[in-house]
Ligand binder design. Structure first.
Ligand code: ZN
Ligand code: ZN
Length: 556
């Protein structure tokens, strides 16, 4: 609404009061009040009657007349233009009213013909970044984060399972391999009468069949509510395991010469198996978990005996979390008590450091106050322990964000880049290297700063970074937020081979954020991560010693 109000030149005081209301609500303290009643909303300082009415209507009815009016006078395509990275309402207004652009398609054409660069306030550089943003957006349409579609996909399978005639059913394809981004959900169903099953699939509202692209052997279509493709393969019970193996493994996995030039594909073409174990056994290997079947390093892993991969239960503590001291939603106490109640042995609090003023970064006094509170809570919650940490910004020159005596007061430090993200590979790598070499760095946070489907990370030389972490005994984070999943799993195996420990960190900004650890474990497993190489799989005593040793390193 705020963007639309700006676009349509509404009263600037009104816009500002809406922005204030958003800021208040984003702090999260009053989050429970939003849908309750207009009167309660109005009690929040900074929220007046008319805004309270709007918030209440948006929450309970999904819209409000004033939003409807704004939408009515805005071409639909403009809404998409407003979403383009780097374009605020002021710029969109110029594009629309002075250049007649009302869609991202027209915007791209105008950029390509050089018209946009000539418009007031734009220039070549802005034009180029719009082209890039549009290209990034186009390449990502129809793609989804695994975490965002997981529930819908599981619901669907549960519905299909109950249909008459459905025997075995399982995931195949990229969803079965737990890819962090999915484009097509694939299911395999064993059915003696597939015509019957296809007919009963029609009754499921959550999916739409694309009749033209379907056949009697393959159901093709999509989910109704989101732009996500769905393919359902049919087979018979006796072929189920073979079909499943063929449809889960990537091509590289299927054609890998695992044993005397035999491949999984070749043995599957000769014989039918009744279990996945039996098929891999024929190649002289233990069963390879689905998520490893990328043709990457899994045959090496399997021929070495197939070391057990990390599981969520192996994690003993949660490092890298925020509280209300910086931009978190819950207090230190709430974060700690919840962590403890989930059965973990310790919590690492790492609020933002002082340079991150946009995220309420802690000045030195606040650091001291937080550390005193941690001491008190630790007495109360023992044997559970809160470790004193910080997520220190890595400044543009690669240094950390506090003087040495403050850095020395932490048990551990997550060092991350949050600002000046447009760097070339050389600069980004050098900046990270300096932070890794800093003896106070315990964990390198989200190494590329990427946001999946939203923003590419800055380019870094992964090998150089990982090698340096090995030399300086710095762990690397697998940021488990589904938008990040950074370090990318494709580099986890290399890190492990260099002896670098990984830390599965939720980067939780609220208690619910702890649940994201699950996605960090999934991608860690894709990279071959084991419990022994996971920093936060250490128990309390082990990690206490680990941090102590790290601190001794900085005193040298
Ligand atoms: Zn961060
Ligand atoms: Zn963080």
């Amino acid at each position: 609404m705020i963007k639309l109000m700006e676009l349509h030149d509404e009263n600037s005081f009104k816009i500002r009061s809406y922005q204030t209301a958003v800021n208040i609500l984003e702090r999260g303290e009053d989050i429970n009040v939003i849908g309750k009643s207009i009167a309660e909303l109005q009690q929040i300082s900074g929220i007046g009657k008319s805004i309270a009415e709007v918030i209440f209507a948006l929450e309970n009815e999904g819209s409000h007349t004033s939003l409807g009016e704004l939408l009515e006078k805005t071409p639909t395509g403009i809404l998409e233009v407003l979403e383009v990275k780097g374009l605020g309402p002021k710029k969109v207004k110029i594009l629309w009213q002075e250049m007649g652009i009302t869609s991202t398609h027209e915007l791209l054409e105008a950029c390509q013909s050089g018209q946009v660069a000539k418009a007031k306030g734009f220039g070549e550089k802005t034009q180029e970044s719009i082209i890039q943003a549009l290209a990034f957006k186009a390449s990502n349409s129809g793609k989804w984060l695994y975490a965002d579609v997981e529930d819908q996909v599981l619901d669907l399978v549960n519905t299909i399972k109950r249909l008459e005639g459905v025997g075995q059913i399982d995931f195949v394809g990229e969803f079965a391999r737990k890819m962090e981004i999915v484009e097509v959900i694939e299911l395999l169903i064993a059915a003696e009468d597939r015509v019957l099953v296809i007919k009963s699939l029609e009754a499921i509202e959550a999916i739409n069949r694309d009749v033209k692209r379907s056949s009697p052997y393959k159901w093709r279509g999509s989910f109704s509510s989101i732009d996500l493709q769905l393919v359902i393969h049919f087979t018979q019970k006796k072929d189920f395991i073979n079909e499943k193996l063929l449809r889960i493994g990537s091509k590289a996995h299927l054609i890998y010469p695992a044993k005397e030039n035999q491949t999984l594909a070749s043995i599957l073409s000769k014989e039918k198996y009744d279990s996945e174990e039996a098929a891999y056994q024929a190649l002289g290997l233990p069963r390879i978990p689905e998520e490893l079947r990328e043709g990457f390093f899994e045959f090496e892993w399997a021929s070495e005996g197939g070391e057990k991969l990390l599981e969520e239960d192996d994690l003993k503590g949660i490092l890298h979390n925020h509280s209300t001291y910086s931009d978190g939603k819950h207090t230190l106490r709430q974060m700690a008590e919840h962590c403890k109640s989930l059965g973990y042995e310790y919590l690492g609090i790492s609020d933002h450091s002082r340079t991150a003023s946009y995220a309420g970064g802690l000045d030195i006094e606040k650091v001291q106050k937080q550390q005193r509170e941690i001491d008190e809570l630790n007495k109360e919650l023992a044997p559970f322990k809160i470790f004193k940490g910080i997520e220190s910004d890595i400044l543009t020159d690669g240094s950390l964000d506090y003087p040495e005596d403050v850095l020395a007061s932490f048990d551990f430090i997550v060092s991350s880049i949050h600002s000046a993200l447009s760097m070339d590979r050389k600069r980004a790598t050098a900046r990270l290297l300096k932070a890794i070499e800093n003896p106070y760095t315990t964990i390198l946070g989200h190494p590329t700063g990427r946001l999946l489907l939203r923003r590419e990370g800055y380019p870094v030389d992964h090998k150089v970074i990982i090698d340096a972490c090995a030399t300086h005994n710095v762990a690397i984070e697998i940021n488990a937020n589904p938008w990040r999943l950074d370090l990318d799993w494709r580099w986890v195996h290399y890190a492990l081979k260099q002896g670098v420990k990984l830390s599965v960190n939720p980067d939780a900004h609220a208690m619910e954020g702890y649940a994201d650890m699950r996605y960090g474990v999934l991608v860690g497993r894709k990279g071959g991560l084991t419990s022994a190489m996971t920093l936060n799989a250490m128990n309390l005593q082990e990690i206490e010693q680990y941090f102590e040793k790290q601190k001794a390193k900085s005193k040298k």
